[in-house]
Design a binder for this molecule. Structure first.
Ligand code: CP
Length: 306
């Protein structure tokens, strides 16, 4: 049974096909209104979410299907000690496809190994968030017209930010990609991502603590929130949380066609004064997330028939 756990589970050709389907859904939504009639999506969210859970649910509803699920671990039998494996076997009896978010790295993989229906990783700990990456790729393609020949700056919490790890993995497969890593020392990109992706794929990258210094060369600026929930102590979080705040003054040296992205939620990393700047793309990412999840649900349910 085909699931999506890591963005690298999809080939570049499959990502191209998903982007093409998402663009067709945007252009011709009426064609898809009954595409998933009588199908059910289960959203199993063991961690908080606004965008991912609601966009999955909106996606399935707009495809004519139905949704069921839970939005916190305490309202499921996980609170009584039920395993992820048993939860996946159980939900397979009620639904056609699962979207699961879990604080433990690898939990959606365990679910996929035990479910009899497709499982989509909707974020596991600080590990992966492949459907956010699909939303990011669709946004980059629509805004920049290409997925190659780009300098992407990742700024903020590069240690715990799973969206950063997934997007770096995805972008490393395209030609002409350069990566600029902007973070405090304590929140640098983990060594395993540098070794297993950037160095292995020969992707040129630079590391800096200065957003202003990096800004002029960037085609894309991917801001991230400092991930409070992954810190072991509050003191460190409070010291680091406002390391980078993007405001109009910091954009002075930026390219006129810079694409400013953020997976959201934002806390304080992007001033609301940026929201009306034509370079701000983060709410476009939110909307694109629904369309690419529609395309993904269609693809996985189609494959499940075979
Ligand atoms: N981007 C994202 O994963 O947002 P949520 O945590 O609100 O789902």
């Amino acid at each position: 049974m085909r699931s999506l756990i890591n963005i690298l589970d999809l080939s570049i050709e499959e990502i191209d096909a998903l982007i093409a389907t998402a663009n067709d859904i945007i252009a011709n939504p009426e064609r898809y209104r009954e595409a998933c009639k009588y199908k059910k999506l289960a959203t199993l969210f063991f961690e908080p979410s606004t965008r991912t859970r609601l966009s999955f649910e909106a996606a399935m509803l707009e495809l004519g299907g139905s949704v069921l699920g839970f939005s916190e671990a305490n309202s499921s039998s996980a609170a009584k000690g039920e395993s992820v494996a048993d939860t996946a076997k159980t939900v397979s009896c009620y639904a056609d496809i699962i979207a699961m978010r879990h604080p433990k790295e690898g939990a959606p993989l365990i679910a996929a190994q035990n479910a009899t229906i497709p499982v989509i990783n909707a974020g596991d700990g600080s590990h992966n968030h492949p459907t956010q990456t699909l939303a990011d790729l669709l946004t980059i393609r629509r805004e920049k017209g290409r997925l190659c020949d780009l300098n992407i700056g990742f700024c903020g919490d590069l240690k715990f930010g799973r969206t950063v790890h997934s997007l770096i993995a995805a972008m490393s497969r395209y030609e002409g990609i350069q990566v600029t890593l902007i973070s405090p020392e304590e929140l640098k990109l983990p060594s395993y991502v540098k070794k297993d992706i950037l160095r292995k794929k020969d992707i040129p990258y630079t590391q800096t603590t200065s957003l202003e210094h990096a800004m002029p060369s960037l085609d894309i600026l991917y801001m991230t929130r400092v991930q409070r929930e992954r810190f072991f102590n509050e003191e460190d979080y409070l010291r680091l949380k406002d390391s980078y705040i993007l405001d109009p003054a910091k954009l002075r040296g930026a390219k006129s066609d810079l694409c400013i992205m953020h997976p959201l939620p934002r806390v304080n990393e992007i001033s609301v004064a940026i929201d009306d700047d034509p370079r701000a793309c983060y709410f476009k990412q939110v909307l694109n997330g629904k369309f690419i999840r529609m395309a993904l649900i269609l693809m996985l349910l189609e494959e499940a028939k075979r």
